[in-house]
Write a protein that binds this ligand. Sequence first.
Ligand SMILES: Nc1nc2c(ncn2[C@@H]2O[C@H](COP(=O)(O)OP(=O)(O)OP(=O)(O)O)[C@@H](O)[C@H]2O)c(=O)[nH]1
Ligand SMILES: [Mg+2]
Length: 435
Amino acid sequence: MADADPESGISADGSVDRMSGFVDECQLNVRGGDGGAGCVSFRREGPVVMGGPNGGDGGKGGDIWMVADHNVASLLAFRDHPHRRAGNGVHGKGKDLHGKRGGDMELKVPEGTIISDMYAGDVLGELVHHGDRWLAAAGGRGGKGNARFLSNSRRAPTFAEQGEYGEDRWLKLELRLLADVALVGFPNAGKSTLISVISAAKPRIANYPFTTLEPNLGVVRLDETTEFVVADIPGLIEGASEGRGLGFRFLRHVQRARVLCLLLDLASMDETPIDEQERVLLHEIGAFRPELLERPRITVATKADAAPVPDEFVADGVDRFVVSAVTNDGVRPLVGRMASLVHEARLASPMAEETVILRPQPVGSRVERVGDNEFRIHGRDAERTVALNDLTNVDALAYIDHRLERLGVDKLLARAGVEDGDVIWIGEFSFEWRS
Ligand SMILES: Nc1nc2c(ncn2[C@@H]2O[C@H](COP(=O)(O)OP(=O)(O)OP(=O)(O)O)[C@@H](O)[C@H]2O)c(=O)[nH]1
Ligand SMILES: [Mg+2]
């Protein structure tokens, strides 16, 4: 196996070390809104039956943006709704009325989301910090109305442009899920039970120590906009920091969490009083990494339905809760407090500085030989020019010809060795070359 990067938990071959997080991923289809069509219309003023052209432009289709948001912790929302579409632009009308723009759409994703092309696999962008934005699918351009094609030589343009289709693509989103809150406690303290109550995680629960051998992660969804990840860590015992029990491996997981949640088992007070449990847990955590003791911490007495709470526990401090996962008593306030501590911690310690990768679309045109006597022209502008116009309209054809020449397509073809009679493809259209 390739060496694991201890910081990221992701090994060189891309597999994820289960100890430090797991990868949440989903596929997503985004489609920008279609542009509205331009309009062909002429003024009618009194006796002038056919006045100047006054067809308005179509509105641009809406864009789809992805925006990193620190209140979102998972990609769950995209699994339920994998198709997202922005609004279409409205068609232009006569009297120079331009169509309205289609509405943009913002998709909120967790910080650290990596976006790649689902088919090609290349990474297109990574949204690292709250507020980072990436254009996932551009809306189509609105078509120009015939008023725009008025020129000295073209007094009555009888064509307008179609609206452009919105960009449509399949993306893969990946997120290295890291715990916001780590549940730390003695074996059998009720950690797995708690995570099963507050998240959709369904770990094994049993009345003996070391039921959980690997961390479980669960996403807690407080409301539409607030999510955080909780890790149920296998039980810690005295000496864990020296390698006893399951030892270090789990402490490493604790290290990555923003908030620690200590679980003290009221039902086993006969063997180990809860203040003693707390002392041992803090000792082990501190012996592993002293700075972990500075981290925001909540202390929770569990199984309140099964045993009385010693008086001194609650009086001891603010971030102390008494809960029962069986009756649900105390669980809501606990989750609320977790959420607010996570929120504060996210604001205080943004993720490590990294750059957002953005791959710009290539500009300009390019000619590719696709057969003995066939060539294909690539390039957004050239493809647009043919796609937007009506190829059955003589006026429009003349315009396209002119546009392609302006884009330098003729020169590119000549350089590529095109000869009379060769077939030229642009987008879905083809024509025969005549120089
Ligand atoms: N009465 C009562 N029992 C509970 C409560 N929470 C958990 N238990 C029981 O305590 C036992 C241990 O629960 P787990 O959730 O498996 O404990 P754990 O901390 O995950 O244990 P390990 O994975 O072994 O470290 C199970 O029998 C649970 O049913 C509670 O609030 N009240
Ligand atoms: Mg467990």
